[in-house]
Design a protein around this ligand. Structure first.
Ligand SMILES: [Zn+2]
Length: 164
């Protein structure tokens, strides 16, 4: 990995736009967003498997065009993992294919990976699963209920309300 990539800053504007474009393309206008189906329509196969290292939420194997998600994780976490990996696919595919050592990306916080790419994939996942423009219609509900409607964790909803 070059220094340039390591110190690259996340481009949130572009990331949010790509997530919105994808929802628009498939005419998805209300929660919950089925990211498993979306990933498959974008050319990825999504497989559930057991990881020997349970801290790994999932991975994307770019050359094999597949996402593997931890079968032991709860549905909201799996959804976020698949959305995150789809983010890598949409945003970083070309660069990930350039170098074999980058072609498999894990979702596991303790692994040192390109931080900008991880932030971008997380921002993509958040916007894809919980588009900010949808939130006002649900604001009057308790966070638990909103999380249930969107199929994500309470933490994801919390972040959507507090962070810009
Ligand atoms: Zn990642």
């Amino acid at each position: 990995m070059s220094l340039e990539q390591t110190f690259q800053r996340p481009n949130y504007e572009q990331v949010v736009k790509k997530a919105r474009d994808l929802l628009e393309e498939y005419c998805i206008e209300e929660p919950p967003v089925d990211v498993f189906a979306l990933a498959e329509r974008e050319g990825l196969s999504v497989i559930e498997a057991k990881f020997e290292d349970g801290r790994i939420a999932g991975l994307i194997d770019v050359p094999e065009e597949r996402v593997i998600v931890n079968q032991d994780d709860a549905a909201p976490r799996q959804a976020f993992t698949v959305a995150h990996e789809l983010g890598h696919w949409v945003l970083h595919r070309a660069k990930l294919l350039e170098s074999p050592e980058l072609s498999i990306q894990y979702r596991a916080g303790y692994l040192e990976q390109n931080e900008a790419w991880e932030k971008e994939a997380n921002a993509f996942a958040a916007e894809l699963l919980v588009p900010r423009t949808w939130l006002p219609s649900y604001e009057h509900l308790p966070i638990e209920k909103i999380a249930q409607i969107f199929g994500v964790s309470k933490e994801v909803i919390g972040y959507r309300f507090t962070r810009t």
